[in-house]
Write a protein that binds this ligand. Sequence first.
Ligand SMILES: *Cc1c(COP(=O)(O)O)cnc(C)c1O
Length: 349
Amino acid sequence: MASAHLSIDLDAIAANWRTLSRMTGPDTQTGAVVKADAYGLGSGRVSHALAKAGARRFFVAAAEEGAAIRKALGTGPQINVFSGHMEGDAALIRDLDLTPMLNSVDQIMRHVESLPGHSFGIQLDTGMNRLGLEMAEWQAVASMVLELGPELVMSHLACSDTPDDPMNEAQLAEFRAMTDGCGVPRSLSATGGILLGERYHFDLTRPGIGLYGGRPYDAGQPAVRLSLPVIQTREVAAGEVVGYSGTWRAEAPAFVATVAAGYADGLMRTLSNNTRLWAGSTPCPLIGRVSMDLVTVDISHLKEVPTALDILGPHQTADDLADAAGTIGYEVMTSLGARYQRRYSGDDL
Ligand SMILES: *Cc1c(COP(=O)(O)O)cnc(C)c1O
């Protein structure tokens, strides 16, 4: 079989959710962000495992993403939508019982007109200038909106991965100025904000990347292993080149494996000549260009030809790969290819 295997450890994800929950006080609930197909890992299985661990509030980016999660969870747990209530979303929001985080006065009007009495939350902008009502808009509508009984008021931190960035305190102060005394549950922090400490926790946290073993939550358990099958091996004579544009040239006779995954599967082309794959605990350099469906690996030093090589696993995390590729672990995770066969371990039933 020529397709790669992505092994996902649901127990590790559940354990990360529990340890992130324990970092906040007893009055703070811990949600779970499962947008972008749970950062590439499969939102149905991941949500189910997290619900079993105790999560009751889930977050997605777009209403369409709610379908797989509602199917996995059944009725009960709340599924919140960061993009709010977009034109044409009313039927989905109603049928899947989603809770849109309304971002503008237009969205508030659309929601109360098309689905009167249906649950919603409010997203406030406290300085990131991306989503949510700003102070003046909020002041104009707050008393009317609060009468309607929002489930949650939330905002999002722009710099929480840098604890001493003054933006964190500024956003915290703005959030408090906008919401102190409002009488509605409040949420400000994603993974980075949880690590900033209690003042940032409020009533509900929204970890995403930390659940999946990524920075900035360094204590998290790694949850993924990506194993790429070896399709073919060959001897390469000194002076010969490997791959498109001949960017790697053998200085001595070499033994090269061709393995099945490429940039169409989310292995960034900037990894060309620039990372390693692993045969157990032995690193093997990726040589030549990453092509669409294949990469080539120098395995001259191995005693046996492996059937597969790992590019993500215990020796190399998504953050390590991101550092080499010049991006962030979030992008590596959410680019994990649709062709990979996802295999789950752990108890989510
Ligand atoms: C993606 C996202 C999160 C989760 O962020 P992580 O850094 O992955 O923990 C939380 N809140 C909002 C608004 C988001 O867009």
